[in-house]
Write a new protein. Structure first.
Length: 136
């Protein structure tokens, strides 16, 4: 089925979608809070719009959705409109790499957590909390 909107209209509609307070984000925030870490920000102006930022430590944390960012563990190809979606997802992955490069050039450390891992407290502790605490 073809799209009834023009490319510009679809782009505008998609740009208005804002995922806030997703389950993985809430789990991560609870884990950070219960660990005693302080000084994180949720809406910090940085390229790529990180989900959580520790400005004083210059750490940007992203939670990447398994479908949207092509998780190597659990990504499944879409059954419909495959060419469109695979191009879109490849574009997301490329953008992620460029954002990582830009942030690192500007002195930021980038931590990326897959959506499926963000629900696991042990993984959150080892991949985010311990790294932030010890400045890795």
């Amino acid at each position: 089925m073809s799209d009834v909107l023009t490319k510009a209209q679809r782009s505008y509609c998609m740009s208005r979608i804002r995922g806030k307070n997703t389950v993985p984000e809430l789990v991560l925030r609870r884990a950070i809070s219960s660990s005693g870490l302080k000084g994180y920000r949720l809406h910090y102006k940085l390229p790529g719009k990180p989900d959580i930022v520790f400005p004083q430590r210059r750490i940007a944390v992203f939670i990447d959705g398994c479908f949207w960012h092509k998780c190597p563990k659990c990504f499944t190809e879409p059954k419909t409109n495959r060419r469109f979606w695979m191009r879109k997802i490849a574009s997301n992955a490329k953008r992620d790499r460029l954002i990582n490069i830009e942030l690192r050039r500007n002195g930021w450390r980038v931590l990326r957590v897959w959506e499926h891992d963000a629900r696991n407290q042990k993984i959150i502790k080892s991949r985010v909390i311990e790294r932030v605490k010890h400045g890795e």
